[in-house]
Design a protein. Sequence first.
Length: 360
Amino acid sequence: MTLTAIQRDQALILREIHDEAIRAAGPDEGAPFDHWAQASALSRVRRKVAAQSARYETPVRGRQRKAAELADFLHDAPTGAGLVSVPTKVFERQKTVLEALGGVAAARDEACEALDVFTIDKAKRRLALLRRSVGFAARAHAVSEKGSRTDRAWMVTLTYKPGQSWQSNHLTEAMRAMRLWCAKKGIAWRYVWVAEIQDGKRRTDGKGRDVIHYHAVIWLPVGVRCPHFDKRGWWPFGMSQSLEAKNAVGYLLHYLKKDKDLSAMPKGARAYGVGGLDHSLRRARRWLGLPSFVQANSDIGDEWKRAAGGGWLCPDGVLYPSEFERVKVGGLDALRRIHRHERVIEAGGPFSWLSRSPVH
């Protein structure tokens, strides 16, 4: 397909945006603007543009970059011989549509407030849960059930060489080899790792962009050096680096920034892994993932379980329905409170009861 043909398709996309905006706004200039119809129209346009972009460009880092490229295109429409003509009125309508987006967001916020609901940003929620789990595990590895440890943390980076494709068992086999090495030396196998998609910013040629690689922290006794995975043959897919870490938690969380796009991960790839926590620390990590009303009524040792059909079962078998239900507001997922269970304690973090029996 020639460049002119590509530009022609892009101009057609712009015309579709214009037509969708007209249908959403209505033929009467004095008619009230339909916010929900506009949001639906823009959603359809975004899907069309994403489908068209995939035909002409190599995969990019998630939706953020696609959105930026689309914005640049909207402001720099193609011109020249053989292109579909796009009247100036299209850009005037485009400006009206973009200004209306503020009204869409305001209307949605008003609807949420009136219905006593709050919307869910699934991407931000997933990243927040990931940061919490990784951060707690890394801090927990620095201590033991007795309260202190003298082990040293080692930073390990595993990267792929050019042309090497990713497979889900690569990291699994590498970590298994390291676990066997620790077992032969009588060393506890304790680690946390996170996956990252390279952005290629450090190379002028951009090589390595959109390729997955791994950052791990492994805790070993003082005096034991962490071997190089590639030299041992545990990572034949590229290069590895092993360095002693001064700030293990900061090192891991650095690769889980607030703008991290987890949607760019290959299908089937895990974002992180944790291993080697003591029993009580595993229970504490599980407690952090419980709903707030369960946390306020249980310590790390209590066995609360999910109930079939929703809700939670306490250790005595009593069913506690979920405090929220899922609803839709303007096409977005939201939560509405339908219950408010009694809370025995306002827990600020994992804890254990002083006594399992009633205190008199």
